[in-house]
Design a protein around this ligand. Structure first.
Ligand code: SF4
Ligand code: SF4
Length: 504
């Protein structure tokens, strides 16, 4: 009996011998140790079992001699037991451990964004040309006023709690220092500042070098309270209480110990090299009243100058939960769908727990409207927002703005190899190894993020103009601008959207 079972590799490195000059650049570029030079034969070799298909070597090979293909080292075909499932059973039988994964749920479950189509004006209602006419993408997150009041001198009375101003309805979602690198954080912070939006520290604390971006920083208070102290709260534009995350609803955060370097440990205020596993619940929150206590405490600690966001994972009773949060004193609710990314999560949780953001968002917006409290809070939707079209659809379903995480990392070079939890990110994003971190240039990375969001902003303006709508505010919750295709009556009902071809 074998103590450890042979695991069939998922990928295979194909090297064109005629093109390979044995320059060994692939060997230097691969932190997974796949490539090696065989002195005996004078040729490069590959250990396929280590390859995670991050495409770094493929992109860097100067003679284009490499490609990565799905391995044909297969088990007997079985529709019920595919190779990945078999390998996972072998791994667990080898180790007795919970399987860890990263990034978002890759399973082929329905993507409702792709079943929703956007309206456009034709003949009887004019479209708006965003190149020639004003098209407002600036928006405000936080409580809205129910009525306009003036003082005795006719000046507007402003009794609103402070909110956030965004030049574009997109924010960078929570990614902690530790989970991602210092340079990745620098890219996000600089891009947020340039774009007039916000990035989010996640639950990893705030490195002092980034204090200068405080006007564009959202700091997180999660169940582990890593890195939370007065200066941290003081250096934020807003504070986000993380109750849950789409990739791992119901459990705490997880940063494998090998990513907890000295600098990360100092920022998080926890010992170096230890697994940072934050508790599943906040141990002081067991009800909406408890949540209210924390919202009030954070506001008091920051002299009522900063809005508080409560982030929850999209789960079955998201609408009822959101209704409670809206009454807790929070200014903004962030809902994170089950396809959202993560630096590390148990595979089973990532792939099986939670619900799609589209359904949760539609239900939350409707519930808050039905209860007459929609203006008490703003909504941020996240969890696999992949394009400007997803942003437009999310806003039409009721979001005020969207968090993007995976798309932002893709802009930085991520190739979705889903091995962030190993700390060996060859693109310098989800790693703390100095030689890998140095591969991500903050000048280049921040420019690419600015390009991405600017491109999306232009596309959003085009789509809004096509609908005859000239502001994000007018699009928010405007479900008449959406029609469904390939959806059941039940799904349409939950989304609050009519079928394609149905009249207004
Ligand atoms: S892990 Fe990445 S760099 Fe290494 S061989 Fe595979 S694709 Fe190339
Ligand atoms: S961030 Fe890096 S390790 Fe994570 S999926 Fe992307 S390329 Fe892979």
């Amino acid at each position: 009996m074998m103590d450890r079972m042979y695991i069939s590799p998922a990928y295979e490195v194909v090297r064109d011998a005629a093109r390979c000059t044995t320059c060994r650049l692939c060997e230097q570029q691969c932190a997974n140790g796949v490539h090696a030079f065989d002195v005996r034969t004078g040729r490069m070799t590959a250990d396929n079992g280590r390859c995670v298909n991050c495409h770094r070597c493929v992109c860097m090979c100067p003679t284009h001699a490499l490609k990565i293909v799905r391995s044909d080292d297969v088990y007997p075909e079985n529709a019920n037991w595919d190779a990945q499932t078999v390998n996972e059973v072998y791994r667990q039988a080898d180790s007795g451990g919970v399987l860890l994964s990263s990034m978002g749920n890759p399973k082929p479950q329905p993507i409702f964004w792709d079943r929703l189509l956007i309206n456009a004006s034709q003949v009887t209602n004019p479209s708006i040309d965003p190149l020639r006419e004003p098209m407002e993408t600036r928006l405000f997150l936080g409580k809205r006023t129910a009525k306009i009041e003036r003082d005795k001198n006719g000046k507007l009375k402003n009794t609103l709690a402070p909110g956030l101003t965004l030049e574009v309805p997109i924010l960078f979602s929570a990614m902690s220092y530790g989970s991602i690198s210092y340079n990745a954080h620098a890219c996000l912070a600089r891009a947020a500042e340039e774009l007039g939006t916000y990035y989010n520290t996640g639950e990893g604390g705030l490195h002092r070098d980034f204090y200068r971006y405080s006007r564009n920083t959202i700091v997180q208070v999660a169940s582990g309270r890593f890195g939370v102290f007065k200066d941290y709260l003081g250096k934020a534009a807003a504070i986000e209480i993380k109750m849950g995350q789409g990739a791992k609803p119901g459990i705490g955060g997880h940063l494998p110990g090998m990513k907890l370097t000295a600098d990360v440990s100092e920022t998080r205020m926890i010992p170096q090299g230890t697994d940072a596993i934050s508790p599943a619940p906040h141990h002081d929150i067991y009800s909406i009243e408890d949540l209210r206590q924390l919202v009030c405490s954070l506001k008091e600690a920051t002299e009522y100058r900063k809005p508080v966001i409560v982030k929850v994972a999209a789960v079955h009773n998201a609408a009822a939960i959101a209704s409670g949060i809206a009454r807790s004193g929070a200014d903004i609710i962030a809902i994170d769908g089950y396809r959202g990314g993560t630096g590390a999560a148990p595979t089973r949780i990532r792939d099986n727990v939670g619900i799609p953001i589209e359904l949760a968002l539609a239900q939350v917006d409707q519930r808050l409207r039905d209860e007459g409290i929609r203006d008490e809070v703003s909504l941020i939707a996240g969890g696999s927002i992949r394009s400007s079209a997803d942003v437009v659809k999310a806003i039409a379903l009721g979001a005020d703005a969207c968090y993007i995480g995976t798309a932002a990392l893709l802009a930085l070079g991520c190739h979705l190899c889903r091995s962030c939890h190993t700390g060996l990110c060859n693109w310098g994003i989800a790693t703390q190894r100095p030689e890998l971190v140095a591969r991500l240039d903050p000048d280049v990375g921040s420019r690419r993020l600015v390009n991405l969001v600017t491109a999306w902003k232009r596309e959003i303006q085009e789509m809004m103009g096509g609908m005859g709508i000239n502001s994000i505010e007018a699009l928010r919750g405007n479900r008449l601008m959406l029609r469904g295709v390939g959806l059941t009556d039940r799904e349409l009902d939950i989304l609050g959207v009519r079928y394609a071809g149905e009249n207004m």
